[in-house]
Write a protein that binds this ligand. Structure first.
Ligand code: SF4
Length: 352
């Protein structure tokens, strides 16, 4: 089966604005890759969870895939066709919809829900014999009453706004939905409602989905595959169950270990990731995760690991992946226990 969407070596560059230095210095300010050579594919009908901390570049990657952010390098292929010029991206966005993180802020506050829901259809000149009835049908699809067509965005609760966001994204009957943090800021019970709604619509309509999130517990139950991002690069991909059962990258393992466990009888010591995610403007040398990695060695500081295939469909970017039964997994468990709470600069580093 061919991928629905495939990106190869996709990079997004940001030039730090520095007007003063531009005036004084004939050399332009340096450019930084905020998305760096990402290669990944989404198959028809599957759900991929794109996971990482805030600042990892996952939203920028999703936007670049749809041409909402300009890529500096790389290729995008949708349904077997290259997507290169603005007209290609417009055609892509007729079949791939984005659900934005803050649905109320992303909707015009002066437009009523009925108009907002049918706006994507109007932009794409899809015939609508009766715009109001079309909007009411979309509301019914996401479990909201028909009377909501007359509401304004600020009159919606968080959960209702997400439902409107889902209905608006799905109004064009996309083959692909990119949902950016669809449950952020919602109560846990409402989070479940929104995810169940997306899963139900996915079953009915058969679209593929990429869900951008930092919430591993949430994505575990709805995704087929995971793609873990750190500082604008993919560090691990694989089937969701496999990644949870055996995380290979220390960043993935730390994210999973950091997840709260609801049952206090099964509570393990939570393992917070040390420190803040570095800035892409001062990307660490070698492996970008070495400043926070519990098992970093000298080699990690100087040599960037390749993104390599492991068993099955697993890919990882690490010199010392945490394979089951391997000494790296034991070292990770020991280092995590020994150094929990210590600052990275207080840690020992074994030579490679
Ligand atoms: Fe940690 Fe080294 Fe692997 Fe990077 S390459 S994740 S620093 S063990």
């Amino acid at each position: 089966m061919k991928p629905l969407l495939a990106v190869e070596n996709l990079s997004v560059t940001f030039v730090r604005p520095n007007l003063f230095s531009r005036l004084l210095d004939p050399n332009p300010p340096p450019a930084f890759n905020i998305i760096d050579a990402v290669t990944m594919a989404l198959m028809p009908g599957e759900t991929v969870g794109l996971v990482g901390e805030s600042g990892s570049g996952k939203t920028t990657l999703a936007r670049a895939m749809l041409g909402l952010v300009k890529a500096a390098a790389g290729t995008i292929v949708f349904d077997g066709r290259p997507v290169r010029v603005p007209a290609d991206f417009r055609a892509l966005r007729r079949r791939a919809a984005m659900m934005f993180q803050d649905p109320v802020a992303s909707l015009s506050p002066r437009l009523r829900v009925g108009t907002l829901l049918t706006e994507p259809l109007a932009i794409q000149r899809v015939p609508m014999p009766n715009r109001r009835l079309t909007a009411q049908a979309l509301l019914a699809r996401v479990g909201l009453p028909a009377s909501f067509v007359d509401r304004f965005p600020h009159e919606l609760s968080g959960g209702q706004a997400r439902r409107v966001g889902v209905a608006r994204a799905l109004s064009i009957k996309p083959d692909l939905l990119l949902a950016d943090e669809p449950t952020a800021g919602l109560d846990v019970s409402v989070q479940g409602d929104v995810l169940n709604l997306i899963a139900e619509l996915k079953r009915d309509l058969g679209f593929a989905a990429m869900i951008v999130t930092h919430n591993l517990a949430m994505i575990r139950h709805v995704s087929d595959r995971l793609a873990i991002m750190y500082l604008g690069r993919l560090v691990e991909t694989g089937p969701t169950q496999d990644v949870f059962a055996e995380p290979l990258h220390p960043y993935t393992a730390t994210l999973i270990a950091s997840e709260p466990v609801p049952d206090p009888r099964q509570r393990r010591d939570s393992l917070a990731i040390r420190g803040e995610i570095p800035s892409v403007f001062s990307r660490p040398s070698g492996c970008e995760f070495h400043t926070r990695c519990p098992i970093a060695r000298e080699r990690c500081r100087s040599e960037a690991p390749a993104y390599r295939r492991m068993q099955g469909e697993r890919m990882v970017r690490c010199h010392f992946p945490l394979e089951t039964g391997g000494q790296e997994r034991d070292a990770f468990a020991r280092a995590s226990t020994n150094h929990r709470g210590k600052r990275h600069d207080q840690m020992d580093h074994r030579p490679a």
